[in-house]
Design a protein around this ligand. Structure first.
Ligand SMILES: Nc1nc2c(ncn2[C@@H]2O[C@H](COP(=O)(O)OP(=O)(O)OP(=O)(O)O)[C@@H](O)[C@H]2O)c(=O)[nH]1
Ligand SMILES: [Mg+2]
Length: 219
């Protein structure tokens, strides 16, 4: 974990029913350690940098506390631009709640340009499984979000692999938005207007003519 704050490129919210392993997952990802019993009474937001494809990605990740406080959930949803909606594969209720949360996120944000992952945790507890992988997958397909099954208890690698897919997607999307913004900033409105008037090809041809030296002038 970083000891100082770097401006975040993306804001992740980890949410889901009580005791599904939100804190265990977050802490596992950030520190590589599994903390069996984790109690926090405060909303915790971590500022963290990872290296992805030789580039640094700094993000804020908030471990939401489930207090049944709808207004806080709404606030958190507005705050974030990427979401890890966690359920436990041993708890069908938490799965149904996760589906409702994903729907609430899409409704609340009012846009499809979101990064949402449905994350089934505790896959190490196979004997107690109540939600099949197929159910998780098809729910995610219907909702139009990503899907992973992980275990915070098992090891760091499986959590890292899943979350990095999400982080990579968000990072690429942010990069694309930055490039588009840069393009718009650099484009000359006068030229754009002319292009629209004459059509791109005619405009290019005219400019080409202006730029190329006249043959008669060359000895
Ligand atoms: N077997 C197993 N247990 C897990 C796993 N992840 C979390 N747990 C256990 O599940 C319990 C709840 O984990 P937390 O991380 O506190 O869950 P939470 O969603 O943050 O809970 P709240 O903050 O109280 O809503 C703890 O006893 C953890 O040890 C996992 O992948 N496998
Ligand atoms: Mg917690």
């Amino acid at each position: 974990m970083n000891s100082f704050i770097v401006p975040a490129e993306a804001r992740f919210l980890v949410l889901g029913s009580k005791a599904v392993g939100k804190s265990a997952l977050t802490v596992r990802f950030l520190t590589k350690r599994f903390i069996g019993e984790y109690q926090s009474l405060m909303q915790l937001t971590y500022n963290h940098t990872i290296k992805l494809d030789d580039e640094n990605l700094t993000f804020d990740i908030r471990d939401a506390i489930e207090k049944g406080d709808v207004s806080q959930v709404d606030k958190d949803i507005r705050w974030a631009d990427a979401f890890l909606v966690v359920y436990s594969i041993t708890d069908k209720k938490s799965f149904n709640n996760a589906i409702q949360l994903v729907e609430a996120i899409y409704d609340g944000k009012g846009t499809d340009e979101l990064h949402v992952a449905l994350v089934g945790n505790k896959r190490d507890l196979e004997h107690f499984r109540k939600v099949t992988t197929k159910e998780g997958k098809s729910a995610a397909e219907q909702l139009g979000c990503m899907f992973f099954e992980v275990s915070a208890a098992e090891n760091y690698d499986n959590v890292q692999q899943a979350l990095n897919v999400v982080f990579r997607k968000v990072s690429l999307h942010k990069k694309y938005l930055r490039q588009e913004k840069e393009k718009r900033k650099n484009s000359n409105p006068q030229i754009e207007k002319k292009k629209q008037k004459f059509g791109n090809s005619l405009f290019n041809w005219k400019n080409e003519k202006k730029r190329s030296p006249r043959r008669a002038e060359t000895p």
